[in-house]
Design a protein around this ligand. Structure first.
Ligand code: RP5
Length: 161
């Protein structure tokens, strides 16, 4: 089946975080593609990726970057697909730089920004699944079952104390 979610990242070094989004998409059986696309190092590729995304059948883009993290915002500027931005935890400023670079978009060009680092990576996958689930009952059902499993785990966790 053709990819519904595009997972892009500014560098291969972002993969440990972005893999968590891909793991969720794998678990929920949602087809996706993954690619390194850098706003600063491959700007032409970034524009081409964003401009062709909808035509290739993607419904949502997850874009992760660290530091001067312009990838999510610049991709959002070149497509009307929803863009989820993942602030990758940088080594120098612990990802606060990434977060502020991604979250402070001007009115008119939104990026749905998730948490810094691993939680953000996983939640980006879940958020993409929930967006698709609004139009696909099978995906919505799988998301709901996953939620139930999390609830069960928490309720049972008292027994492990
Ligand atoms: C950003 O610069 C990337 O998204 C990455 O988080 C950061 C560092 O990249 P590398 O120098 O590790 O390739 O563009």
């Amino acid at each position: 089946m053709s990819a519904k979610v595009g997972v892009i990242m500014g560098s291969k070094s972002d993969w440990d975080t972005m893999k968590l989004a891909c793991d969720i998409l794998d678990e929920l059986e949602i087809p996706y593609e993954k690619k390194v696309v850098s706003a600063h190092r491959t700007p032409d590729l970034m524009f081409e990726y964003a401009q062709t995304a909808a035509g290739r059948g993607l419904k949502v883009i997850i874009a992760g970057a660290g530091g001067a993290a312009h990838l999510p915002g610049m991709v959002a500027a070149k497509t009307t697909l929803p863009v989820i931005g993942v602030p990758v935890k940088s080594s120098t400023l612990n990802g606060l730089d990434s977060l502020l670079s991604i979250v402070q978009m001007p009115a008119g060009i939104p990026v749905a920004t998730v948490a810094i680092g691993n939680a953000g990576g996983a939640n980006a996958g879940l958020l993409a699944a929930q967006m698709l689930g609004a139009f696909d009952p099978d995906i919505a059902e799988r998301v709901a079952r996953r939620r139930e499993a999390i609830t069960r785990q928490v309720l049972e966790s008292s027994d492990e104390l």
